[in-house]
Design a protein around this ligand. Structure first.
Ligand code: TRP
Ligand code: SF4
Length: 324
């Protein structure tokens, strides 16, 4: 069975953007692959080093969401990066063979440094972000890494580092492939990218009432000012919810009725809401169940143990090959 590995920086509670963009895939991949999923808490420190106090709580909330959507600790190894110290050891060894210009060329490097100037990201840790990511991947000899498009340069770099390592010390690591999956666009209620900090997100932990409030507040076709004005679903932010949650017939009906001013936006939103809640409520209830009854720390402890076994085996091999 091929091995999948992926990680997520602990950002606290997750929203539907995370679900449709990443988690839904992870859940599906569990059927076909041996999966390792981890909370990249050291990676979070590359930008949050001034305020690390939130990271542990954010990590926990994130993992509760993972369990709520169906990541299964019986099937997949769910673990915490900082609990497997071997990642740091491989990071050091990789850093010895990684030319600095390779890292300076990574597009997100200069870009984020400028965009997040107030965070002072001129650190070794931030420059080395992709080296740590390479260690995360290589240490499990993962073949396949499901990631968003923004992560492809990091994966390319991982392949380069692994190739260089294999060239110097002998064939040790497979060259991992990125796995991109089509994901539906799901903007937040104001039309911008869904984000907790914009206040436009539907969180996995939102009660049906909270979801209802956000859905009813979604931006629609701005040209449709009055009930009698015809609308255009193609420019309507709310219609994105129908695309994900409503059956094809309903979508067609809504499109026709919108263009002919047959239905109003309030009714249209209520239909989208109903279909969204059909999918959301089971996850919401599962989440409450997990919060009340599941020993999340024990799950991670067991995952850390399994991850460590694999990582330790790889590091023994690495040390031997390097003559350490
Ligand atoms: N950089 C990834 C992100 O921001 C998180 C991550 C860290 C990761 N290590 C990884 C993803 C290894 C895949 C594999 O989303
Ligand atoms: Fe959007 Fe529906 Fe209103 Fe049309 S009727 S503008 S699709 S909310």
């Amino acid at each position: 069975m091929k091995r999948i590995l992926s990680g997520m920086r602990p950002t606290g509670r997750l929203h539907l953007g995370h679900y449709h963009g990443v988690l839904k895939n992870w859940v599906r991949l569990q059927q076909e692959y041996e999966c390792f999923f981890f909370a990249a808490d050291w990676h979070a420190l590359t930008t949050e080093y001034r305020t690390p106090q939130n990271i542990a709580a954010d990590r926990r909330e994130m993992v509760i969401d993972w369990l709520a959507v169906g990541l299964d600790p019986e099937r997949s190894v769910l673990f915490v990066q900082s609990a497997v110290k071997e990642h740091a050891e491989l990071h050091v060894l990789f850093s010895m063979i990684t030319p600095v210009p390779w890292l300076e060329r990574v597009p997100s490097y200069k870009e984020l440094q400028e965009n997040l100037a107030e965070k002072e990201l001129n650190t070794i840790g931030f420059l080395g972000y992709p080296v740590l990511q390479s260690a995360d991947i290589a240490i499990y000899r993962a073949h396949t890494v499901p990631v968003g498009e923004d992560q492809l340069p990091h994966l390319e770099l991982t392949r380069e580092i692994v190739r260089r390592f294999n060239h110097f010390y002998g064939e040790t690591f497979p060259e991992p492939e990125g796995l991109l999956t089509e994901t539906p666009r799901l903007p937040g209620s104001d039309g911008r990218k869904m984000s907790k900090s914009y206040g436009n997100a539907i969180m996995l932990s939102d009660s049906p009432e909270a979801v209802s409030k956000t859905v009813m507040g979604y931006v629609t076709d701005p040209a449709r000012k009055r009930r009698n004005d015809p609308g255009d679903p193609d420019v309507c932010v709310l219609f994105n919810l129908h695309k994900i949650y409503s059956p094809a017939e309903v979508q067609q009906e809504v499109q026709a009725q919108c263009r002919s001013a047959g239905i109003g936006c309030v009714d249209c939103k209520k239909m989208a809401l109903k279909n969204l809640l059909d999918a959301h409520v089971p996850m919401f209830e599962k989440r409450q169940e997990v919060e009340k009854r599941v020993d999340v720390d024990a799950i991670l402890e067991a995952g850390n143990l399994r991850a460590r076994e694999h990582a330790q085996r790889t590091m023994e091999d690495v040390r031997t090959r390097m003559g350490l």
